[in-house]
Design a protein around this ligand. Structure first.
Ligand SMILES: [Zn+2]
Length: 370
């Protein structure tokens, strides 16, 4: 009988996962690779070949950055030429286990369906073709992220910034950006809305392509580099701040993925920032518009801070830093990644389509309600 080969392979983009051993029972024992310098890790994405039904064990799941997240995590799988499907893994004693499917071909496994990055080129092309569209291309030498602008070209228009995917493993944030831009493109009212939108779909390209959870390829966490002193050591942030300084910022939406919480929520820091009432009102207009337009958003769903954030953290994170620097209303929006509950408490799987729909709803709320 022909003995079938057992192997793990790295996808070209966003790879993470190393085959440490084949156990006595034939299981593949896989470890998640840590980000450089910080050691943060959760994202995985690899291809496997093994006899059908072979257990795949993520043996260090309990030692990752958000171990509680495995209790509601999905493992997404895709055989060549077929769509992604969700598996519900078992999580016990710090080990995440799921069965390999697809004996002959390499099956891809990931914590969330990866965004096909060539879609961004198509979206940029559609943006460029609009009379009010403008595209700033990525520049890898400068470490500048790509940026798409649409909306009212009047210099007096309010400047609305949407920053997505500061953290490399946050694939749902890229899907959100895709939906957001599709939403903007479909709304002609944007061009006379008194608002101009600047969307950064992928703020940390090197980190995402390297398969990191949070950091850039060199181990910098962008969302810890927004203070005056720190931005220069993370050019991804410094180039964004330069562009924001050129346009000004009236409203910022910073879009992330939470690997532990099982619902969409906002991270709001008013209490410690002493945020002025007019900025709170602007955020609440957006938030109530979003809750009215998305079944996944409950008004005033918040990150439960257990102790106050330090002044250093407030200075280093994007939203509080942009609020202080530009006097802008700011929102940090977090999406789940696995099984989740919507605003009515109904359970389901968070999918690329959910993230896109939320992005589209956010675009509609910003154009119409802000
Ligand atoms: Zn994040």
């Amino acid at each position: 009988m022909k003995r079938q080969s057992v192997r793990l392979a790295r996808p070209a983009k966003s790879p993470n996962g190393l085959l440490r051993a084949c156990a006595d029972d034939g299981a593949l024992e896989v470890e998640i690779e840590p980000d450089p310098l910080t050691g943060t890790r959760q994202w995985f994405h690899f291809r496997a070949q093994a006899p059908d039904g072979t257990p795949i064990r993520m043996v260090d799941a309990g030692r990752t950055s958000f171990p509680r997240g495995w209790e509601t995590a999905n493992v997404w799988a895709r055989a060549p030429g077929t769509p992604w499907y969700a598996l519900q893994p078992e999580y016990e004693d710090g080990i995440l286990t799921f069965p390999h499917g697809g004996a002959e071909a390499m099956t891809v496994y990931a914590l969330f369906p990866t965004y096909p990055i060539n879609r961004l080129a198509g979206i940029a092309e559609r943006t460029r073709a609009c009379p009010d569209g403008d595209v700033v291309a990525a520049d890898s030498a400068l470490r500048r992220a790509p940026r798409l602008s649409l909306g009212d070209p009047d210099p007096a228009a309010r400047q609305i910034w949407i920053v997505c995917t500061q953290h490399g493993g946050e694939q749902p944030s890229l899907w959100f950006a895709d939906g957001f831009i599709a939403g903007l493109l479909s709304m002609r009212a944007r061009a006379t809305s008194g608002k101009r939108f600047h969307v950064v779909p992928l703020a940390n390209p090197t980190g995402m392509f390297a398969g990191h959870l949070r950091t850039t390829d060199t181990g910098q966490d962008p969302n810890r580099h927004w203070s005056d002193g720190e931005a220069q050591s993370c050019p991804e942030v410094a180039t964004l701040l330069d562009a924001m300084t050129a346009t000004g910022v009236d409203f910022l939406l910073d879009v992330h993925t939470d690997f532990e919480m099982d619902h969409v929520y906002l991270d709001v820091l008013d209490e410690w920032m002493g945020t002025p009432d007019d900025l709170v009102s602007a955020r609440e207009r957006f938030e109530s518009g979003l809750a009215a337009r998305s079944p996944d958003v409950a008004f005033s769903s918040r990150f439960p801070w257990q102790s106050p954030p330090t002044p250093e953290l407030l200075a280093a994170m994007c939203a509080p830093s942009v609020e202080r620097r530009f006097g802008a209303a700011t929102v940090t929006l977090e999406m789940p990644v696995g099984r989740y509950r919507n605003a009515a408490g109904v359970e389901g799987d968070w999918t690329p389509e959910h993230a896109r729909a939320l992005g589209r709803a956010a675009a509609t709320a910003l154009v119409n309600d802000l």
